[in-house]
Design a protein around this ligand. Structure first.
Ligand code: GDP
Length: 310
């Protein structure tokens, strides 16, 4: 990727897209194109067609998606499948029409079967039923991977797919009904501490295992793979280690400095029992995560909750 190449980052206001933009700017890429959803509705075919015809980007990072935590995915099932399919259909197809040199499609670890062996290897895709709470989202993401591969097969497009594990970092969503577990716990412990509460509610049993990657590490991996990886199929992006929700809650509690108790709310779903990425392919390609979980959460906590209120 040349420094003056025209690079479209779709979804630049989201946690992932904004991290990719930060990374590209830091690396000296100086011809980035971004559009907010009010300027360009990626679900709208005609708008996307017009945008690609006019702009003709050289490279595309497809980080635009409707995303959310376990309750949001399970409640807005139709919106998650429709909006994600629409966005990726439009962007992938018109990227091909505009002769884009390379496109990177970002998926998620929830594309793997619910009860797949752990850690999750890339080859486990489509080997079993999905976790029901986020099946519509996962089906859309699987379609995106297959679409990139089909465009490579039929039209020779260099479209690649990467699957990040659970992410956290700047510009995360802190809405307690829609967010993922890590930002939700940060907010709950912070507010409980501020308000002098004795108990924090943690959803589910606390036993599910999840892996967490700082979004700056993800952006680093994406920019690296955009320049080095040119194959069909998918690449996992993770750290290769996981932690139980209970231990995560204890870690966040410690970082925030909350002194009360945890209460596990069994009426909320656990979701898939474990989703740990196998990162041997990624390591073989020459990339490893650098930001440790305690360090990353501490930074995010300071940035979002401390600096903003000082
Ligand atoms: P998932 O990885 O797709 O299951 O999505 P989440 O990040 O939303 O949830 C991960 C796990 O954390 C699930 O077992 C949740 O039940 C659990 N969890 C515990 N407390 C919370 C919370 O306050 N919010 C969310 N979103 N999940 C929580």
């Amino acid at each position: 990727m040349e420094k003056e190449a025209k690079i479209f980052v779709a979804g630049h206001k989201g946690m992932v897209g904004s991290a990719i933009v930060r990374k590209l700017k830091k690396e000296g890429f100086n011809n980035l194109i971004v559009r907010s959803s009010s300027e360009l509705d990626l679900r709208n075919q005609e708008s996307v067609k017009g945008f690609f015809q006019e702009q003709k980007p050289d490279y595309v990072f497809l980080a635009a998606a409707k995303v959310g935590g376990i309750i949001a995915n399970n409640s807005y099932r139709a919106d998650f499948i429709y909006e994600n399919l629409a966005i990726q259909n439009n962007v992938i197809h018109y990227a091909k029409e505009a002769g884009v040199k390379k496109l990177m499609f970002l998926g998620s670890s929830c594309i793997y079967p619910k009860l797949a062996p752990q850690p999750l290897k890339e080859e486990y895709l489509l080997t079993g039923p999905l976790e029901p709470t986020n099946e519509p989202y996962a089906i859309a993401k699987i379609a995106g991977i297959k679409m990139c591969d089909a465009y490579r097969d039929q039209y020779g497009c260099n479209f690649v797919s990467v699957m990040p594990t659970n992410l956290y970092g700047p510009n995360d969503n802190y809405d307690l009904q829609k967010s993922h577990v890590l930002p939700a716990l940060l907010r709950k412990f912070h507010e409980a501490k501020e308000q002098g509460k004795d108990v924090v509610e943690v959803w589910g049993s606390g036993t599910p295992l999840r892996e967490f990657l700082h979004v700056d590490d993800l952006a680093d991996a994406c920019v690296y793979l955009m320049q080095t990886y040119n194959e069909p199929g998918l690449v996992n992006i993770g750290v290769g280690e996981d932690i139980s929700i209970k231990d995560l809650a204890l870690l966040v509690k410690d970082i925030v400095g909350f002194e009360g108790e945890l209460h596990f709310d069994a009426t909320k779903p656990d979701g898939t029992p474990r989703k740990l990425m196998d990162v041997s392919k990624l390591h073989g390609l020459g990339w490893k995560a650098r930001i440790g979980l305690r360090q990353g959460i501490t930074e995010v906590y300071r940035q979002h909750f401390i600096t903003e209120t000082v």
